[in-house]
Design a protein around this ligand. Structure first.
Ligand code: HEC
Length: 272
């Protein structure tokens, strides 16, 4: 009996030791997990490089940021879902690469982030609700996604600085002032291209800045660095078109546009 008791006591003690040891490992597991988060960012960078659908110009760029930015743009933010220049039937996908047709997905590099998707008016007409009666059936211009590719200066989305870019993503400010709020409905809604209230025309419409607003500075910097590494797409050849981007003269070799992207010119149309 005595020896049985001893065995039980020994077993219980051993179990307690195991539990204490286990609890110890569990407690020390936390800092290890924190380290894993850094390792995870490395793996996001790797995935980012794997899924970038266009050749990247890494000269002078922070590669970690470019990779992370690609992950955020191509796996999380779906920027090209809206900012593609492609229209139906394949939209942002290449012919034969439309996943909604059961085909293996392939993003169309020739329209990648060049802008042009037409989302219609900021608020469609709703009888008795919008627009205010004085405006009749005038609801303002269609909202069109902009060209995010870098221009010949290498700065993304038509030459915006990092500070501007962060401000856009955090506040939705439209530096181009494309569609101000109407100040008067009659005799014609003014100023030109205005949107009737209560829409605040100084702010980007459709663009999910109220969500992107929550991103960290680090993540916004990564997106900016990635957007400066993608090829320039001219979009519209007409310099007065807001989608137009000056890629530099291809003959001087300054353009970062890959040859297959130059072949397809869309003449300002979004292809819809
Ligand atoms: C749901 C569609 C949608 C998504 C997703 C989207 N955008 Fe936009 N974005 C737009 C539209 C539309 C505009 C133009 C809005 C307007 O004219 O009022 C715009 C405008 C912008 C502008 C302002 C461009 C300029 O020249 O001032 C930037 C910068 C931008 N988007 C970046 C991004 C980035 C980066 C992502 C992904 C992280 C993204 N957008 C995802 C629809 C979208």
């Amino acid at each position: 009996m005595k020896s049985h008791n001893l065995i039980r006591i020994a077993a219980a003690t051993a179990a307690t030791v195991v539990i204490v040891l286990f609890a110890g490992t569990w407690r020390t597991a936390r800092p290890v997990q924190a380290q894993n988060n850094w390792a995870n960012e490395d793996s996001l960078v790797r995935i980012g490089f794997q899924i970038a659908p266009v050749p990247l110009n890494l000269r002078g760029k922070d590669k970690e940021l470019v990779g992370l930015g690609s992950y955020l743009v191509n796996a999380v933010g779906d920027c090209n879902g809206c900012h593609t220049g492609g229209g139906p039937p394949n939209f942002n996908y290449a012919a034969g690469g439309n996943p909604y047709f059961g085909q293996p997905a392939k993003v169309d590099p020739t329209t990648y982030l060049e802008g042009g998707s037409d989302f219609g008016p900021a608020v469609p007409p709703i009888p008795g609700v919008y627009p205010p009666a004085a405006y009749g059936d005038y609801v303002g211009p269609d909202i069109i996604a902009r060209n995010l590719t870098p221009d010949k200066t290498g700065l993304p989305e038509g030459g915006h600085t990092l500070a501007d870019f962060k401000k856009i993503m955090k506040t939705g400010i439209d530096f181009d002032k494309l569609h101000p709020t109407c100040t008067s409905p009659a005799p014609v809604p003014t100023p030109t291209n205005c949107i009737p209230p209560p829409v605040d025309g100084a702010l980007l419409q459709v663009m999910p800045w109220p969500t992107f607003h929550n991103m960290t500075d680090h993540h916004l910097e990564a997106i900016y660095e990635y957007l400066s590494a993608i090829p320039c797409l001219e979009s519209s050849p007409d310099p007065s078109n807001v989608l137009h981007n000056d890629c530099g003269n291809p003959k001087t070799g300054k353009s970062t546009t890959p040859p297959d992207a130059r072949r397809k010119k869309k003449g300002g149309s979004n292809g819809l």
